[in-house]
Structures are given as C-alpha cells and as structure tokens.
Design a protein around this ligand. Structure first.
Ligand code: SF4
Length: 415
C-alpha cells in the first residue's frame, strides 16, 4: 500500500467486472493498473499473468477476486497508485457503470468489460508510433524510408530481436487463447478494442461474429480506436448491430494525415468515416481523435474545419503527445505556440486551445521541454538537448523521405 491516503471509499469494481489484455498478452484489471514484475517468496522473478500461462477464469478467480477482497479490508495494491488521488480516477468509471453488482456475492459477478489491445498487427507506420506497436515499420524500413533513431521509429537491428518482439505481441494468433476468450463473453456488456489496428485483426472479427450469432450484439457497447483504413462491407456489417463508440485516429486534413500516418490515404479514410456514420444509430458516437504533436499543431484549424463541415465531433479530451519528446508541442517556441492557440480560439475552438494551454503552458511553463532535454535518445544513451531546430530537422527528414511537402504542417519555419 502506498503512503498517501486518498483511496476511494469503497473497493474498486474493476477487479470484479473487468479484464484488460495488454498488447503483450499480459492481464490486468484495467488500463490504469501498473503491472509490476512478479516475485516469489525468495525474490525470484515469476512470469506475469498473461494469456500464455493463465486462463481468463484462473486470472479472475486467483488474482482479481482476492484483490477485491483485499480492497474490502482496506488493502489496496500498489499497482493501483494512480487511483490514490483526490482527482477523478478510473475507479469512478467502474463505479458509474457497475455499482449494481455490489448486491451480488463477489464470487458470482461475471466479466462485464473486456479491454483488448491486439498486439502490433497494423497497416500503417505513423510518425508518432514505433515497431513495438506496429509491425508495419519493418516493411516500410525495408522499402528504404527514413526512420527516426531512438524512441520514435526505432527498429531492432537484427531479425532475432524483431521476432522476439513480435512473438510477445502476437497472442491473438493462438487458437487456445481465442477459444478461452470467446467462451467467456456471456456477461460482456462493454468491449473496448484497440491495436495495432483492430479492424484488421482476425480475432476481433471472430469475437464480433460470435456475439452476433449469440444475439447479444445489441446489448453490447463496442468501443474502438481505428485508423479508418478498413470499413469494407464485411467489417461495416459486423459492427452495425452493436452500440458503438468509434474513434477515428485522424491527425490532419488531407495529405498531412497521409504523411503522418504513412502510407494510409486520407481520401479513402474520408470515405470510410462517411460510411461508418451511415451505420451509426442515435445513441452511437463517432469521434475524431487526433494525436496532437508538432507536426499537426499548426494545421489543426484545417482539421477542425473539415470536422465541422462534415458534422464530426473532435473528442473533448485531446490526446496530447508527450513522447517522443522531440514531437511534443512543448518544443514549439512560445510566441508561435501562443499565436496558434489564439487562431484556434478565434476559430471557435476555445476549449481545445484552453486544454493545450493548461496541459502544456501552465505546467511549470513548458516543463515538458525540460524533460525533453537529456532524454531524447535512450537507445544510444546520448544525453543531448533537443532543440526546436532538432525537431524541425527530424520532421524534414521524415517528410522528404516520403515525398511530402513540409508546408503541409503549417509550421511557420517551413512556410
Ligand atoms: S483502483 Fe483504479 S487502478 Fe486499481 S483496479 Fe480500480 S480502476 Fe484500476
């Protein structure tokens, strides 16, 4: 247990109602839980609980339900430290959804939320991503495109290491894991999926088809992050019967999105989003969820214009990239940063501008820039300050290698 005492007043419902399978196949109760290496009584390393060594039932019965009972006694796992806060926590989310289960015996509560992060099978190599999260980086590197060294697009320099990473991420290919998950869906009412790119993941197709065949789709909320490249007839009909929250990871309007989410094509994504909108019921939600960073910050006005024109809502809480540090908007010179926020405010995006101001500027006046310095290249162990000029140079290399005009970014230095 940690020393501060801002723990919630009641035990958390996540261990009773929810399981999150991480990209490497490890289990945890929720996405805020910080899995730590396991040790035996003598301090020796034990493998963490994962789909490879533990079934869903075993994990729930042997780990999660005892965890709930410990919380009832006031013993909170250290791994829950993020919920030990005065601010609104993930605990609240489960309390809002599932407080009804408190009337049941904890051993009888079924699995209600399944949160699946499908390894690194993806069809894009985004400027803010890396090989561990997208196997597509390997392909793009072999085609000769420039890759950022260090944190961004670092790809292991030998095939054995690549295979080792992929082998930890491809749990969704294991038929016994698939069977175990499909057999435990009877109480599910919320399915969150992300990737890689979940829409191309065969296991997701099978799970959705199973729930449709079981006549349960209309009772289940399917929440999904997607890059928008796949909304073909088959997939569109698979998601249609579900309650839906579909979040499209679109970073920019037009060719800016193409280069940032290389080699996807905005023209196709635009059609797919329109097709998805046709599938949406009154209570479904379609959101555009850009990852805000130096490459799209100055072009956000165009993205908002496109969203407004088409009636798409941008997620209220912006995903503002913190790492790799060279892409963090805290790198931007303050005068340029303020000027762009004013433009966004004048365009009516007051809330978005405020959020960026609060999260970057007011946090000790560009504190993130401090952390950017000295940290940019873990792999080479270089402690080199990252300047705005470095950020511009690296951006230039990425764009020029892929044949795109730097003016797409609208960064004043490139105009
Ligand atoms: S207390 Fe917070 S971190 Fe712990 S299981 Fe609940 S929601 Fe997750």
């Amino acid at each position: 247990m940690t020393k501060e005492n801002n723990w919630p007043s009641k035990p958390c419902l996540a261990p009773l109602t929810s399981v999150n399978i991480m990209p490497n196949g490890q289990y945890r109760p929720c996405c805020w839980f910080w899995n730590k290496p396991r040790k035996d009584a003598d301090g020796n390393d034990l493998p963490n609980h994962s789909v490879r060594n533990t079934t869903l039932d075993q994990y729930r019965n042997e780990v999660l339900k005892p965890m709930y009972k410990d919380m009832e006694q006031g013993n909170w796992p250290e791994s829950c430290f993020k919920c030990n806060t005065k601010a609104r926590s993930r605990w609240d989310y489960y309390e809002r959804l599932y407080s009804d289960v408190r009337t049941e015996l904890s051993d009888n509560v079924g699995l209600r939320t399944l949160d699946l992060r499908f390894g690194n099978l993806c069809n894009a190599s985004c400027i803010t991503c890396n090989f561990t999260n997208s196997s597509y980086f390997d392909k793009v590197q072999k085609q000769g495109y420039w890759m950022m060294e260090g944190e961004n697009a670092h790809i292991p320099d030998n095939e054995a290491r690549k295979e080792q990473i992929s082998a930890t991420m491809n749990w969704y290919e294991d038929p016994s894991v698939e069977a175990d998950i499909i057999n435990k869906l009877q109480d599910i009412d919320h399915l969150y999926v992300t990737g890689g790119e979940p829409t191309i993941n065969p296991m997701l197709h099978k799970i959705l088809q199973h729930l449709i065949d079981d006549n349960r789709a209309s009772k289940i909320t399917l929440e999904m992050n997607t890059n928008g490249t796949n909304m073909n007839g088959k997939f569109a009909s698979l998601i249609k019967p579900f309650r839906k929250i579909v979040m499209f990871s679109v970073d920019g309007y037009g060719e800016l999105n193409d280069v940032m989410r290389f080699p996807t094509k905005f023209s196709a994504i635009e059609k797919n989003i329109a097709k998805c909108k046709e599938q949406m019921g009154h209570e479904d939600r379609l959101l555009i969820t850009p990852t805000v960073n130096i490459h799209n910050f100055f072009a956000l006005t165009k993205l908002y214009n496109w969203c407004n024109k088409n009636g798409y809502r941008v997620a209220d809480r912006l995903n503002i990239l913190s790492q790799p540090h060279w892409q963090n908007i805290a790198q931007i010179p303050k005068s340029q940063f303020d000027e762009q926020l004013t433009k966004l405010e004048q365009q009516g995006q007051v809330k978005a501008a405020q959020e960026m101001r609060i999260r970057i500027q007011n946090k000790s006046a560009f504190a993130a820039k401090e952390s950017a310095n000295n940290k940019w290249n873990h792999n080479r162990q270089e402690h080199k300050e990252v300047t705005w000029q470095d950020s511009l140079d690296l951006t230039r290399k990425w764009f020029e290698s892929r044949g795109y005009d730097l003016k797409l970014t609208n960064i004043p230095d490139f105009l």
